[in-house]
Design a protein around this ligand. Structure first.
Ligand code: UDP
Length: 238
């Protein structure tokens, strides 16, 4: 057992989780994620979520195919918002109160990003879903997850992955000799060039002593297990 039972957590869900490996949103998959998030919220733990958007667009990929990077990144950020709305929908159907806050103002669909209000929502038991990344091109939602966790005073960043259950010495899908780490430091993760989060996110966590747990989302109930300090996935720490 890892001893810590967290009270306020930030969950990072990458875009590919929402698409179930496809472009767009797979409602069955989102429902399953919502069930996991709802379970944590009902346990009394305060939850914020940052979603990615790679199931729609990644700016760098569109740039390689001839688009202007800045415009492509804004497309990426708009894709992220669709994931937020899908997650919000399934959570609300499960009677979990939610608020979506976006870094790009879009009053008809979400609140603007107001950190102190986000904290207040969480204190009232609402799940806060942060969308549209940082609102700025050239960033990734990994970095946003850490920034939002720090600003809203979360105790840990939970990085839920699809198809992999922690941090490995190499990509386990490509290298069968890859071994999983139970825990490792940020210096080790950066030094070994482990690509589970981008380097800016690792550095931000490291400098601000924010722990991170990387675990698999494929087993139902894993988010709650991570929150309750069960030894799943990989703990990355300062
Ligand atoms: N993005 C951005 N600024 C941000 C966050 C995201 O420009 O603060 C854009 C960027 O183009 C990125 C895309 O949104 O590729 C989707 O985000 P990300 O790649 O982090 O999603 P994930 O890999 O987690 O699905």
């Amino acid at each position: 057992m890892r001893v810590t039972h967290y009270q306020r957590v930030l969950l990072k869900l990458s875009g590919e989780v929402f698409g179930g490996g496809q472009v767009g949103v797979d409602p069955d998959v989102v429902q399953k994620i919502a069930r996991d998030v709802a379970e944590v919220a009902r346990s009394g733990v305060q939850v914020a979520v940052v979603t990615g958007g790679g199931n729609f667009f990644r700016g760098a990929e569109l740039q390689q195919r001839g688009m202007d990077r800045v415009r492509a990144d804004y497309m990426g950020m708009l894709g992220i918002v669709m994931n937020c709305l899908a997650l919000q929908d399934f959570l609300e159907k499960m009677d979990v109160e939610t608020r979506v806050q976006t870094a790009i103002t879009m009053g008809q669909v979400a609140e603007p990003y107001i950190p102190r209000r986000a904290i207040r929502h969480m204190e009232k038991g609402r799940v806060v879903i942060f969308g549209a990344g940082m609102g700025m091109p050239f960033f990734s939602t990994d970095t946003v997850a850490v920034q939002r966790a720090l600003e809203s005073k979360c105790e840990v960043v939970l990085v839920a992955k699809s198809g992999v259950d922690g941090v490995y010495s190499a990509d386990p899908k490509k290298d069968p000799s890859a071994t999983k780490y139970d825990d490792l430091t940020y210096d080790e993760a950066i030094g070994k060039g482990l690509a589970i989060m981008d380097q800016t996110a690792f550095t931000l966590c490291s400098e601000n002593r924010m722990p991170m747990i990387v675990f698999g989302l494929d087993t139902e109930g894993n988010v709650l297990r991570a929150v309750q300090g069960e030894k799943i996935g990989t703990l990355v720490h300062p």
